[in-house]
Design a protein around this ligand. Structure first.
Ligand SMILES: [Zn+2]
Length: 376
């Protein structure tokens, strides 16, 4: 579908009708299914004179995000607001610098607020002739129906364990055994699998999370486990945030002339600098909250996979276990509990994810969960 559309798009550029090309696309699929990668490859196909050869300078620029006609939007905070969206729409409306298309790749478009979505809808309804919108979201339902109905939807699936292991082994040169383990443990999420295979810290954190179920015997253990999980997430998020924040703040101060003598600095510029700095701080705060939430969520997904394995053992289901390396823990827990109990535990984890998404205090939400996970 995408390569047909890219050929049609090339036809449009030479004055043809280009049936099969459309200016608004929605890439959906579960996390790790490669939504952004697919959208980026399509952007390269539109912007490269060879239909996305993958080798030329223009393709390279698209892949690293420096192509002048590609605008990548990656919401860093909890939401993407109407002010940012209006600025984006303005930039997107310009004529393409290199004469082909102007492409907007909007990652996590589901984070657009209602106001932002309405602005986006208007831009998609009345598109400039050469602007192409590539929106990405986990499920079509995450987008307003009015936006969805104006987009061509590309639906991606979670790749199989074998496919993920193959990519890790051939693309990243990871040893087949490790690739296989990482692919299984990450449930088909290529990026998580890659980090798991390459980063010792990530592997250690996974082990720590998966050791939680066997420690939950008394109420005190549950409270302690919750506290530890939240604290580790906070530390990890803070480490990532501080690196990002520092670079951004230095960059912004430089733009507004700090560090020079200050003489001759226009007053308006100084005021503008203070405003921009405040705006940046707010964005950074929102991103830090999101980072922490994402870290906890990824731990919760590991726990879901663990109890799903317990259930598979209890039911004697012939499915691949995500945590085959923890076979001893799995079978011990499977014997000590019932399938109904395991399902209740999975529900408790999913409820915790919902609560976190709804802004419940993480410590309280996680504690309620670990108490429900208590061993029989
Ligand atoms: Zn190319």
């Amino acid at each position: 579908m995408l390569s047909r559309a890219a050929s049609a798009a090339a036809e449009v550029l030479t004055g043809g009708r280009g049936a099969g090309m459309t200016h608004a696309w929605l890439f959906t699929g579960p996390p790790g299914s490669g939504r952004e990668e697919a959208a980026r490859a399509f952007a390269a196909a539109l912007l490269c004179p060879d239909g996305g050869c993958g080798h030329c300078d223009l393709c390279h620029q698209v892949l690293i995000g420096s192509h002048p006609d590609l605008e990548t939007v990656r919401p860093q905070g909890l939401s993407y607001g109407v002010k940012d969206t209006r600025r984006l729409i303005l930039r997107a409306a310009g004529a393409p610098t290199l004469g082909r298309w102007r492409v907007v790749l909007f990652e996590d478009a589901d984070r657009a607020t209602e106001g932002a979505s309405n602005a986006l809808l208007k831009a998609i309804e009345e598109p400039p002739p050469r602007t192409v919108w590539l929106l990405c979201s986990p499920a079509p339902d995450d987008m307003m129906i009015t936006i969805r109905s104006r987009c061509r939807v590309v639906t991606l699936r979670t790749p199989t364990t074998a496919a993920v292991a193959h990519v890790l082994a051939t693309r990243d040169g990871i040893a087949p055994d490790l690739a296989e383990f990482a692919a299984r443990a990450s449930g088909g999420h290529i990026e998580r699998a890659r980090r798991l295979a390459l980063d010792n810290d990530v592997r250690r954190r996974r082990e720590a999370v998966l050791s939680i179920p066997r420690t939950l015997t008394g109420v005190g253990d549950c409270v302690a486990a919750a506290e530890k999980l939240v604290k580790t997430a906070e530390e990890e998020a803070a480490a990532v945030s501080s690196v990002l924040n520092e670079a951004e703040t230095t960059e912004l101060r430089k733009i507004y002339g700090e560090g020079s003598s200050g003489k001759g600095l226009n007053k308006g510029l100084v005021r503008g600098g203070a405003g921009a700095l405040k705006e940046l701080e707010e964005r950074q705060k929102s991103r830090a909250t999101r980072l922490k939430r994402d870290v906890i969520d990824s731990a919760l997904l590991d726990l879901v996979a663990f109890y799903r394995d317990v259930l598979a053992v209890q039911l004697g289901a012939r499915v691949e276990l995500a945590n085959a390396d923890l076979h001893h823990d799995l079978t011990a827990l499977a014997r000590a509990s019932t399938p109904e109990g395991t399902l209740r535990r999975v529900d408790a984890i999913m409820l915790c994810r919902e609560r976190l998404a709804a802004n419940v205090n993480p410590q309280m939400a996680v504690e309620a969960m670990t108490l429900s996970l208590r061993r029989p």
